[in-house]
Design a protein around this ligand. Structure first.
Ligand SMILES: C[S@@+](CC[C@H](N)C(=O)[O-])C[C@H]1O[C@@H](n2cnc3c(N)ncnc32)[C@H](O)[C@@H]1O
Length: 271
């Protein structure tokens, strides 16, 4: 089945668009001054983003190396950066269907999830890096984890960011098995196969009785979702009070919860 990216952009052209020159004859086409200025500003902000990421990677290098060598890290992770800082260092990779939440929404989500937790709760953000950053920035928990395919995020918190590929749904750390209190998932692709693979993982890590699932995705596949996320603790799905927001995207996204009373999730949370 074709992978439909989780969101559709309102951008007709991007600097990633390819352009063939073979169809032009005579002198090469000239770009207008406005277009050149736009390209210039795009490449400068990309260079700044890369520099910010490289600085972070340098600071985290010893922690990442220690984890790889010893399986654990002596020093604690550094305090989590804000969502605004994160946006400046981590550009969206559209090939991976990366579209970040607005800072306001990420913060509301983080506070709403925190309201479900105790100090010893285990929380897994799956394919949801902005949610993880906002959560650890506003009110960090030792038991929070990010399960993500993109290795860049390891520099944020080397002991808490776990490489996860939904195409290998049975590969996850053993200490998560059956013990996660809250899973927050934002699937990268809008189809049944992607959700079925994620469910294969979630049903192995979510606590069978007290586990709660927060699902954030497009309502364009609501029928599929209601069929797949059907039985506790993964369902039935209830529409929550949170309205997902991304920067400048068109899709109608919703936030569902799997527990009784999930309709009130996010209701009394202000930024
Ligand atoms: C639709 S985005 C959700 C991001 C969310 N809106 C946020 O701001 O945190 C989907 C996420 O899935 C991740 N992803 C892409 N392919 C994946 C794969 N094969 N396995 C696990 N995660 C993947 C992307 O890196 C991206 O962070």
């Amino acid at each position: 089945m074709m992978n439909v990216p989780a969101t559709m952009l309102h951008i007709s052209e991007s600097p990633r668009s390819s352009c063939t020159f073979s169809s032009f004859s005579g002198s090469p086409p000239r770009l207008s001054a406005d277009t050149l200025a736009l390209l210039d500003s795009f490449y400068s902000s990309k260079a700044e983003e890369e520099q910010r990421f490289n600085d972070l990677a340098e600071k985290a290098a010893s922690r990442v190396a220690s984890l790889a060598l010893n399986g654990h890290i002596e020093e604690p992770d550094p305090p989590m950066m804000s969502v605004d800082e994160y946006r400046l260092a981590f550009g969206e990779d559209w090939q991976l269907s990366q579209f970040w939440y607005s800072t306001e929404f990420a913060t509301r989500l983080a506070k709403s999830v925190r309201a479900l937790c105790t100090p010893t709760s285990k929380v897994a953000f799956m394919c949801c890096p902005t949610g993880f950053v906002a959560f650890q920035h506003t009110n960090p928990l030792d038991g929070a984890r990010l399960l993500e395919f993109d290795d860049r995020f390891r520099v944020l918190a080397p002991s808490k960011v776990i490489r996860y590929d939904l195409d290998e749904p049975d590969v996850f750390p053993e200490d998560l098995r059956g013990g996660v209190d809250v899973v927050i998932v934002d699937p990268p692709f809008l189809n049944e196969t992607t959700n079925a693979k994620l469910i294969q993982t979630i049903s192995q890590i979510l606590h069978p009785q007290r586990g709660k699932l927060v699902l954030i995705t497009s309502n364009s596949i609501e029928d599929v979702l209601r069929r797949l996320y059907e039985k506790p603790p993964l369902g039935p799905l209830r529409l929550t009070s949170l309205d997902p927001e991304h920067g400048g995207l068109a899709n109608e996204f919703c936030c569902w919860g799997s527990w009784e009373g999930a309709e009130d999730f996010g209701k009394s949370i202000t930024e």
